[in-house]
Each structure stands twice: as structure tokens, then as C-alpha cells.
Design a protein. Structure first.
Length: 61
């Protein structure tokens, strides 16, 4: 239960700090206890082709 309690404390802390949107993803690629934050500006999803500027159907001119 300790890991679950750690996640709940992290989410509570972020919410109390004014974070309005939280997306949680578990990954084997991230070290245990490590947290990564990503910010977005506007309505684009973090990491989406629109947010990264890497549109798959953009024609080069």
C-alpha cells in the first residue's frame, strides 16, 4: 500500500499547488520515485503532433 499512498500524496500535493490537469502514466522507463512534468499551452495534448510541431501529414514546401 505504500506505493499507492505515495501516489495519492503526490496527486494531493499537485492539486494543492494549483495544478488543474493531471495525467498519470506508469512506465518501466522511468526510475522508481522519479516524476516528470510536461506543460502545454492551449488545448493541444502534450506530445501530440500539434504540440510538438511534427505533423505527419504536413506537406513540405
Amino acid at each position: 500500500m505504500s506505493e499507492i499512498d505515495d501516489v495519492i500524496r503526490m496527486l494531493d500535493s499537485m492539486a494543492q499547488g494549483g495544478v488543474s490537469r493531471i495525467k498519470v502514466e506508469a512506465s518501466e522507463d522511468v526510475a522508481k520515485g522519479e516524476v516528470k512534468k510536461a506543460y502545454h499551452h492551449g488545448r493541444c495534448d502534450v506530445g501530440s503532433p500539434f504540440a510538438t510541431g511534427k505533423l505527419f501529414d504536413l506537406e513540405e514546401s
